[in-house]
Design a protein around this ligand. Structure first.
Ligand code: NAP
Length: 303
């Protein structure tokens, strides 16, 4: 008889965590959770207030996936910045301490990071081996997040930093504002429209998690993105097609900045040129289920 595998999801209540949880359970895994509140709906669960409880949830599990972090969809004022940074570094460090205390720690720890760690790139793709890290608040957060993972002393647990591109999938996430704009007739290109858009379908993110769990030869930063990177102009054309918008008025950068202030968010999501090349996944032979943006958007819009 094969023993059921167990995954611990930290930050499981969000957009990605909810999807991963359903998929792991469909595939017969037991899911344990760590979050701001311990819940009764998973086999075992802990909150962040106490390393002992976290250790108990981790002990004997096969895999840890950490997604915890305060949402970045807000204005970057001092209070929000501190929460965005602190929530990522503190949770990662707590997991490191708890793993070190486990009798039987999971053999693999996949910690979220972000493709935003790379610079604004319109000239060449950014691979794990020779990509240039950028500068500014979001990059500082990503660096500190990965540094906390790196600093964790877990000799029996392989560590991977998932440099995740913008995740598309049913039920919200980053696609929602684009789809809303398209429906309002405002789905034209944004800024000069030349900025690159790196993305991944949430099902391929799940599959990459499963793949990386098995690939014991892979550790360190891994770019989790589709190889089909497009310019914003093309992205918006495909969004309009998927959501049946016949035209889309372009939005200049100044108007985006004004709009972002009004809806209390930042323009980085749409104006930064992200060109994240998933070299390690490609070299390892990872096969995408949704490799093309146009088809991925159509399948999401249909649901
Ligand atoms: N979605 C994307 O396109 C994308 C791209 C690149 C990287 N990422 C990263 O991947 C992770 C998951 O993304 P997501 O889209 O699923 O985010 P999300 O929907 O905002 O969920 C993040 C989860 O983190 C936990 N959390 C929220 N505030 C927290 C705080 N102050 N302290 C500790 N935990 C907190 C919550 O889980 P509990 O309620 O269980 O505590 C929440 O559900 C995030 O760290 C994000 O930065 C996402």
């Amino acid at each position: 008889m094969t023993r059921t595998k167990t995954v611990v999801l930290a930050g499981a209540s969000g957009f990605i965590g909810t999807y991963l949880r359903v998929r792991f359970e469909q595939d017969g895994w037991t899911v344990r959770t760590i979050g701001r509140r311990a819940t009764k709906d998973s086999a075992e669960s802990a909150d962040w207030n106490g390393d002992g409880a976290i250790t108990r949830v981790l002990d004997g599990a096969n895999l840890l996936v950490n997604l915890a972090g305060r949402s970045v969809n807000c204005r970057y004022n001092a209070r929000n910045k501190a929460a965005i940074l602190g929530s990522r570094v503190a949770t990662t460090s707590a997991l490191g301490r708890a793993l070190a205390a486990c009798q039987e720690p999971p053999s693999c720890w996949l910690n979220a990071s972000t493709g935003t760690i790379y610079r604004h790139a319109e000239d060449r793709p950014q691979r794990e081996s020779d990509g240039d890290l950028g500068s500014g608040f979001s990059v500082d957060v990503a660096r500190a997040w990965e540094a906390a993972l790196e600093a964790a002393d877990t000799p029996r647990t392989r560590k991977v930093a998932l440099r995740i591109a913008i995740v598309l999938g049913p039920g919200g996430g980053a696609l929602r504002p684009f789809a809303t704009l398209a429906r309002l007739g405002l789905g034209g290109h944004m800024g000069n429209g030349d900025q690159k858009f790196s993305w991944i379908h949430v099902e391929d993110l799940y599959r990459a998690v499963r793949f990386l769990h098995l690939r014991t030869d892979i550790s360190g930063p891994v770019n989790v993105a589709s190889p089909d990177v497009v310019e914003n102009r093309e992205l918006m054309r495909l969004v309009r097609r998927a959501y049946g918008a016949r035209f889309g008025i372009p939005t200049p950068a100044w108007l985006l900045r004004l709009g972002a202030r009004l809806i209390r968010t930042e323009t980085e999501l749409v104006l930064k040129s992200r060109w994240v090349q998933p070299q390690k996944l490609l070299d390892a032979g990872f096969i995408y289920r949704q490799p093309e943006l146009g088809r991925a958007l159509l399948s999401i819009a249909k649901r």
